[in-house]
Design a protein around this ligand. Sequence first.
Ligand code: ADP
Ligand code: MG
Length: 677
Amino acid sequence: MSLQESVAVLPGVGPKRAQNLAELGIVTIEQLLGYYPFRYEDIQEKNLLEINDQEKVTLKGVVVSAPVVNRYGYKKSRLQFRMMQDHAVFTVSFFNQPYLKDKAVVGEEIAVYGKWDAKRKALNGMKILGGKQPEDFAPIYHVSKAVRQNTLIDLIKVAFEKYGREITENLPDYLLQKYRLMPRPQAMLAMHFPKNPEENRLAKRRVVFEEFFLFQMRMQGLKQSERSEKNGIAIRYDVERLKRFTQSLPFELTGAQKRVTNEICYDLRSKKHMQRLLQGDVGSGKTVVAAIALYATMTAGFQGALMVPTEILAQQHVESLNQLFDPLEVSTALLTGSTKARERRVILEALANGEIDVIVGTHALIQDNVAFSNLGLVITDEQHRFGVNQRKVLREKGLRPDVLFMTATPIPRTLAITAYGEMDVSVIDEMPAGRIPVKTSWIKPKQLEPTLDWARQELANGHQLYVICPLIEESEALDVKNATEIYEHLKEFYAPDYQVSLLHGRMKNQEKETIMEEFKENQSQILVSTTVIEVGVNVPNATVMFIMDAERFGLAQLHQLRGRVGRGSEASYCILVASPKNEMGKERMKIMTETTNGFVLSEKDLELRGPGEVFGFRQSGLPQFLIADLVNDATVLEVAREEAEQVWLLDNWRELPEFAPLAAVVLPTEAGETYFD
Ligand code: ADP
Ligand code: MG
């Protein structure tokens, strides 16, 4: 007998039903036993005196009148009888369930679950609870048309009867003791059929811990196998040259920048394979940290690649790198989708023979057939936009460079250790000195005109404006003002004093670059744009940003956009133009006006919208947990991670008897099988 047997071995499960169960993800007995209800219905027996109108309750009593079925219309019927509880009599009716008649026998005690109608002193029955002792909690499962609640419940009961003894513990004993966790066999049963709410709470507590712990064990395993990679590269950079480089920067690094630079350099130097996530709020100065890492790599004779999501951004990064590096010392190149074929050939050749030290490009850079002479470091900016497949792509190409992921979307810690649990995390939690927080206000669309008038004072002081719009064209479905319309309007509004330009995603890259260039050179003072400027654009002279239909953006995105202003030393403003329809929308606008801290915002966003919305599971590689909840069970996640780390610190845990069951569920079974991918 094994839990791995197919559910088809259970009585009443033929090929058809097995197929229907498989559609719910239930193939083995173990999967059936682990198919937990998503909620429970409280069907504890209540007393007539303590219940309210329209409350769903279970009432126990003696049947005192013979059940009568009235049929009317096609297939419609009403079953009625009376029950008595402590001398009080009430009516019970069931609609369209005439067959229940046999279960109501005069003089016998039964329990009926239904909705109480206080005025009529009647119970609208939903079901008659079977057996002598009705369960207090009825499990409710996600089911399909082909598999009904009761069918599933019956199958699970049978499976427990036959296979319950096969359920074994998979956590080491010391963890059960330390956290007073319910043993696995008991917990699995109590997840389905708890004797009382308390037992169910304890079962759930155990299951949540187990889910997080097993996940973290696998993550830590992955981390270990990445680290111990024998062919990782030790990038022995030239300390003296690196020092000279940092001293040549136009500013002193912040304490946080120094700290993360040290963390990165340590990884570069060591032979272990770097997988590091660099988080830093917009404007915290990640680019210069990337530049230092790339420079270090170059001094050790290796090549570096910087990948970014858009061509504009790639262009801009090359420029700022060239400014920072002494161009004579570091040879850089730009490679994007719009690089001309001839130039492309030259660059590819120079890359292959090692003439290029640092290459900047969109992520196609890694995917295309690009050969490096000696790739040592890959940095990706705005990592979340790439998805999670780069490591795989790199591995498939036989490359094992150190990898640094940079992101300006501050990820709440709970999500970071889940989605990126196999990575080390560095955080820049300090802004360069002298920054004045962006002043954010929220206005209604009808206040737009006066606010545009107010902005004239900023323009008069020589500053520039961004106006951000969510979509480029009128769509029937969404009543969104399109960028072109706003552009036309603003051109008229500010004529003849100021120049307005328009930038949107449908333009050719060349055109986009020209427009960005003009804005940078202050040839135009107002830039109307769709979200193409979302990441990375650096025009310190722009001090005002209007965001139209701001309620359509996520908090993280609004924060990103807002980061485009306030990059200089002057006061700057972000104006959210929005008329949110509901409370949550209003709340989100309000939070934006109250904090400029990206971490606070993302925690809040997570609270308001949940991890699925904030992240998009597929894109982020964020796993879906069955029972555990990333928001509500955050503390358990932390504990589970710590414990998993502790286990992996024991070099030989895999050989220790007390961990044998754990190893069996956590470790890849087949040679060559990896944890993910
Ligand atoms: P991020 O990429 O993190 O959003 P950037 O690297 O683009 O931020 O830096 C934002 C601005 O701050 C740039 O103009 C950069 O030159 C400047 N900067 C970076 N580090 C410092 C520092 N330590 N002191 C002063 N200015 C800095
Ligand atoms: Mg940046």
